[in-house]
Design a protein around this ligand. Structure first.
Ligand code: UD1
Length: 429
């Protein structure tokens, strides 16, 4: 298996093109199941998760083609997805266990065909992550749900009916499933305590351009007036705010100055404020964001993760790597996922001083980290080790690179082009 080798201590200088958002792309791709006409998605990132979802969609009967190459004025990949006929309503365990987001086929399949059998995703590295809210949303729209042999079996033979969906906690995925299901339900649906992440707004915009009638996406209350059918559309995916935030933190930990081209400041405002609190300068540019660190050491500050517009859980591990090298103490509290501190022992092996108690980690900043062979069990934890490696003295070897490939396109090439000593080393297997 490939590894990433980093020799730390070099500041970053240059510009990085931010790709389309993985977490927007995945629900957008499943939206193709709602219509028999083609859905063309532009500015898609080229990532393992996108390929995994393509495989799942193909086995449902979707044809996936690449109508054009990426061009200089329109970066990113283009995919045409057409679900002319659904040939299978089953999402098998083997594909769903590889990527939780596969559960996003549930809403569209029930809405279009009146039934779906989707495997329960099972355990995952960052906690139990149940799907009860996805199920409740569909029940509120009149679907009958049975759990049989590890599968969610949802049926609505006469179609879904509009209803009120009240989420007890904010869930991005369940809001997305609810939106897609309600788009084709008969009558009006209201989603209360909806997730407000930018990816929800992007999905709603795409669905509306397919003929849906959705209002209020981006707020806590979304109203959907169901339509009998949706049609094809062309939609461009929003920039990846987690990739953006990760490179903001790369500039902060390594020092220097990075311009993040195509990034949206509003989507990363909480992370920008946190970075400014540590002494990093974050500037809004007409077509992106500029991040620079001039100070020698950053200041330790406390943060807690929260649903959007709060500090994203997907940037928690990266921010911890940064705080590990800051001047002073900090506390990072994870409020979204249990068990999302797997990066802590690895950072400590690099010389960090971090203690976890329940949902909080106390970090005593150290003057320097030391390179070491490390590995992590999830995507964001892995990238936090890459960031730590950029600041560490000596060589860091990050194992299990497949996690990084799920969410970061050409990470090592993008960082190397800005002066980092980073390379991919082919492994023996
Ligand atoms: C999405 C993102 C993920 C991010 C997360 C939180 C995608 C593909 N993934 O994941 O990168 O970390 O949002 O911003 O967009 N929950 C339940 N029952 C459910 C569903 C969720 O209890 O049915 C809980 C989860 O365990 C978690 C919390 O709700 O504690 C938030 O999870 P959710 O927003 O659903 O995350 P995902 O959509 O899976």
């Amino acid at each position: 298996m490939d590894k990433i080798r980093i020799r730390g201590g070099r500041p970053l200088q240059g510009s990085i093109q931010i790709g389309g958002a993985k977490n927007a792309a995945l629900p957008l791709m499943t939206a193709c199941l709602l219509t028999d006409e083609p859905l063309v998605l532009k500015n898609l990132p080229f990532l393992v998760d996108i390929t995994t979802l393509s495989h799942l969609l193909v086995q449902h009967g979707v044809s996936v083609t690449m109508p054009g190459a990426e061009s200089a004025d329109e970066p990113g990949h283009v995919l045409e997805l057409r679900a002319k006929r659904i040939v299978s309503t089953t999402a098998p365990y083997d594909l769903v266990r590889r990527m939780r987001a596969s559960v996003l086929v549930l809403g569209p399949l029930v809405a279009r065909i009146g039934q779906a059998r989707v495997s329960l995703p099972g355990g995952c590295a960052i906690g139990t992550r149940p799907v009860d809210l996805h199920i409740k949303a569909l029940e509120a729209l009149g679907a009958t749900i049975a759990i049989e042999k590890g599968y969610i079996h949802a049926t609505a033979p006469k179609g879904l009916k509009g209803g009120e969906i009240v989420f007890p906690t904010v869930s991005v995925g369940a809001t997305e499933n609810a939106l897609m299901a309600a788009a084709l339900a008969e009558g009006e649906s209201v989603i209360v305590n909806a997730a407000r992440e930018p990816e929800i707004g992007d999905l709603a915009r795409c669905l509306n351009s397919m003929g849906a009638r959705i209002e209020g996406a981006g707020s806590e209350r979304i109203t959907v007036t169901g339509v009998p059918r949706l049609h094809g559309a062309t939609h461009s995916v929003i920039p990846d705010r987690i990739e953006t935030g990760t490179y903001m933190m790369a500039a902060a930990i390594a020092g220097g100055e990075l311009e993040l081209v195509g990034a949206s400041y509003d989507m990363v405002a909480a992370a920008a404020r946190a970075l400014e609190g540590t002494g990093v300068a974050v500037e809004r540019l007409p077509a992106g964001i500029k991040v620079s660190r001039r100070a020698n050491r950053l200041k330790g500050i406390d943060i807690a993760t929260a649903p959007f517009p709060g500090f994203p859980t997907d940037l928690q591990a990266q921010f911890m790597a940064l705080m590990a090298t800051a001047d002073g103490d900090s506390i990072i509290t994870e409020t979204i996922f249990e068990n999302r501190f797997m990066h802590v022992p690895e950072l400590n092996r690099m010389g960090a001083d971090i203690n976890v108690q329940g949902a909080s980690a106390s970090i005593r900043g150290v003057a320097k980290l030391n390179g070491a062979p490390v590995m992590a069990t999830d995507l964001r934890a892995s990238v936090s080790l890459v960031l730590a490696g950029l600041a560490a003295e000596g060589e860091t070897l990050v194992n299990r690179v497949y996690h990084l490939d799920r969410g970061y396109e050409r990470l090592e090439a993008k960082l190397a082009a800005c002066g980092a000593a980073i390379e991919r080393v082919a492994g023996e297997g």
